[in-house]
Design a protein around this ligand. Sequence first.
Ligand SMILES: [Zn+2]
Length: 389
Amino acid sequence: MTAPHNRVESALLRRINERRLLEVIQQQGPSSRASLTRSSGLTAPTVSKVVEALLQRGLVEEVEPLGQTLGRPGRLVQMAAMSAVILGVVIDASTCCVVAAGLDGRVEEARTRRFVTPLTYKELLNSIELHCRALLQDADRTVHAIGVSVPGLVNERLKEIVFSPNLHLLDKRNPAVDLEQRIGAKCLLLQETSGLCLSERLYGDAKGLRDFAMLDVSTGLGLAVMCGGQLLSGHGGMAGEVGHITADPTGIRCGCGNRGCLETLATDSALLRRMSERFGQPLALEEAASQLAAHPEKFQPDVECVSEYLAIAMAAVINIFNPTTLFVHGTLLVAAEDRFALVLERVRQRTLTASLADCTIVPTRLSKRQGAIAGIMHHLTNTWAPPFR
Ligand SMILES: [Zn+2]
């Protein structure tokens, strides 16, 4: 008879193997069992057993290999793209979106629905539910899980957004819990910058990196740091609020209640506010981008001022966390090559030389909706078992 502790050990080992194989399939795409055996370091019989278990859990699916080959090649195993669906919900200050994807994490415009952020929490939940149900009807499949990406401070112990400086209707709320009650599928709450960080590691340029940082400078100024392969969370999951460091004690009022926080000075929102004042009327982000392209000299003082503060924020992250790569997510100063070059020039002036020499700075190409999807995949693998090594 097997001793109880041996049964526990073998159950844990099985889960670790399942996680290992999932990671390999995620990284290399459709794979034969032979290739999975080579890449995973597991034995062929273990790979067969683990693939069967993953097939049964609906996490992977089998597909025919492309092209004509002699003989009968084995079917390939891939993340369940056709047979499973997950939803990503992105709640943001001005626009929200809901996206449907397979477990391969591929995010497409055709499966994305956007809407203006409603004024009340109830209307927000109604809109999210409506769009989720519409996407699920189109997909005609059972949903695996829903990832809900939110701005603000997510307290993991209290299981709620304790404070959202740029979207106060989320204060003391947990839209994931409320959505789970409405839709009946597992919903996960995810801080938006943490989502971006996870998506860069799963789908972007941070694959295999253990120490990197993600700075989001779009609406607020958010930071997530991957430290030794783990997301830095702090005591309650609220670490990384670099945006609320005071940079100008007499500056304008921030959404948090203080004055002159870095996020009122170093973000797309900060540049948008300055440009709107100069322009004489409120500008939307897309209008501001075209204005900057058409009349760069007119807004040069605004670009220079915001670039200076953005450089201070980036230098602080590099000096404090010593990341191998700093990813930056933003539009007006980050996605435009010439303006980002100006920012980088200032980062060089503001950062300790040795820390900067250790770090590559890269604008991220991934979106918050990809982040919401990555959050689910992280949950599916991470809560299942500890890493293989
Ligand atoms: Zn603040």
